[in-house]
Ligand binder design. Structure first.
Ligand code: ITT
Length: 211
């Protein structure tokens, strides 16, 4: 059984389209998110921790909104920032930093899926985190490093930050516009077709089918 590791019901709804064949179940496990400037080591660390917890194959999903004019903020801190500032405030900060209403701030939404089942795998074409970054993080944490291989799949969608529109989706969806439509104005299928998560899941599902 593959465990899709997240506490976020919105992610599970979207992932079902790619993974719902009866052999995938959500694992509502709140792994420790290490501090890092990019999503890869956070997702890899989470996958190792979740695998040790579940003792079954796991897929961790870490995502973030990276606003160009805010030097990538909130990025890996998107969850904390959503809880503390809220998405409307992030929208205001992006607008102040960007060109105002005439030139909305550009941004990317990124999703990194990290798969771990305790076995090694080929690197190509997607990267494998072999624990060097886990070791560095463990040194900072005072924790134990290990070299469980973790395979990473990334999806990115670019868009613009706008005033909130739409009541679908979750999280930052109302302020993230892609081709004139916010992610919250799209159906789940429409969002999956272009989204960071949909792109990462499509890559993962193709690879997983051959495994
Ligand atoms: P887990 O870590 O348990 O999976 P989370 O919601 O904390 O749940 P992330 O750290 O990956 O997940 O999410 C970072 C933030 O980005 C958080 O505020 C989410 O609501 C938001 N987010 C993630 N994916 C999103 C998406 O597809 N659309 C809009 N917001 C999203």
């Amino acid at each position: 059984m593959l465990r899709y590791v997240t506490t976020n019901a919105g992610k599970v709804r979207e992932a079902r389209e790619y993974l719902d064949d009866g052999s995938v179940a959500q694992l509502d496990f709140d792994y420790a998110e290490i501090q890092a400037p990019t999503l890869d080591p956070i997702a890899a660390h989470g996958a190792r921790e979740a695998y040790r917890h579940a003792d079954e194959p796991v897929l961790v999903d870490d995502a973030g909104l990276f606003v160009d004019d805010l030097d990538g903020f909130p990025g890996p801190y998107s969850s904390y920032v959503e809880e503390t500032l809220g998405i409307e405030r992030v929208g205001e900060l992006a607008r102040d930093a960007g060109g105002g209403d005439d030139a909305p701030a550009r941004a990317a939404f990124r999703c990194v899926l990290a798969y771990c089942d305790g076995d090694p795998f080929d690197t190509s074409p997607d990267p494998v985190d072999r624990g060097d970054r886990a070791a560095a993080a463990a040194a900072d944490d005072g924790g134990d490093a290990d070299d469980l291989p973790v395979k990473l799949f990334e999806g990115v969608v670019r868009g613009r930050i706008v005033d909130p529109r739409g009541d679908g989706g979750f999280g930052y969806d109302p302020i993230f516009e892609h081709d004139g439509t916010t992610l919250a104005e799209m159906s789940a299928a429409e969002k999956n077709a272009i989204s960071h998560r949909g792109r990462a899941l499509a890559k993962f599902a193709e690879w997983y089918a051959t495994r």
